[in-house]
Design a protein around this ligand. Structure first.
Ligand code: OGA
Ligand code: MN
Length: 228
């Protein structure tokens, strides 16, 4: 049975792909220390306008924390098969699950994610979404359903570096590439979540600022809030 979350993304089909949108490598504006190396953008103005609506936090979790999350997730994931054959899916080469109850080590990580990503008192979606992308898997451009998910999406990347591309839905020459290192956390809020599609590039296209970023199997652990 398909999980609700992937249904949500599927309900919002990505726009037809308009060919490779490789980046020109334009530099972004001022950011928190360290972040400037993780974001490339079509113009410094765009990055300034988005401000804290896009964040990438390197080394958000330790190797031990990553191992704890994987230890909990792997047995369940291993029982599922990767899905490759649904041509109209927003996601290609994936298996997924969602989890409401976590062991202590993982729960500590998730509560840290919640405390940095969401305002206090905000209502969160109970189950955390776990998406396992095969090495050949990728996520096509889409916007998460506004009916089921609120203004903020926060995701941990396990096992692999990857590139997330944001493209303004009504103006495709406005884009950002985020380098998501293994064990980092990304946060998309407000306009970055509602007005830009997001995607995870396939291995062949995984180039950041002219540098190859090999994509291995990647597991993301994604927290979302509920709509207002
Ligand atoms: C999704 C999605 C991003 C990620 O499942 O809707 O965009 O980091 N996932 O896996
Ligand atoms: Mn999404």
């Amino acid at each position: 049975m398909r999980l609700l979350l992937s249904m949500w993304t599927r309900l919002h089909r990505p726009p037809a792909l308009t060919g490779a949108r490789l980046c020109s490598g334009a530099r972004g504006g001022p950011l928190a220390a360290g972040e400037e190396t993780l974001i490339r953008c079509s113009s410094p103005d765009l990055l300034r306008a988005l401000g804290s609506q896009v964040e990438v936090k390197t080394a958000f979790i330790t190797e031990e924390e990553e191992a704890a999350l994987l230890g909990e997730l792997e047995p369940g994931l291993r029982k599922k098969r990767y899905e490759f054959n649904h041509w109209d899916d927003a996601i290609h080469g994936y298996r997924e699950t969602e989890r409401e109850r976590w062991g202590e080590a993982s729960e500590q990580v998730l509560s840290r994610v919640r405390s940095v990503a969401f305002p206090e008192g905000c209502s969160l979606l109970g189950p955390v979404h776990v998406l396992d992308l095969d090495k050949t898997g990728y996520i096509k451009p889409h916007i998460d359903s506004v009916k089921f998910c609120g203004s903020t999406i926060a995701g941990l990347s396990l096992l692999s570096d990857s590139i997330m591309r944001l493209v303004r839905e009504d103006s495709k020459n406005h884009w950002l590439d985020l380098l998501l290192p293994r064990r980092s956390l990304y946060i998309l809020r407000d306009q970055a979540r509602f007005s830009f599609t997001h995607e995870i590039l396939k291995d062949e296209e995984s180039v950041f600022d002219g540098e190859r970023v090999p994509r291995q199997r990647r597991i993301s652990v994604i927290c979302r809030n509920l709509p207002d």
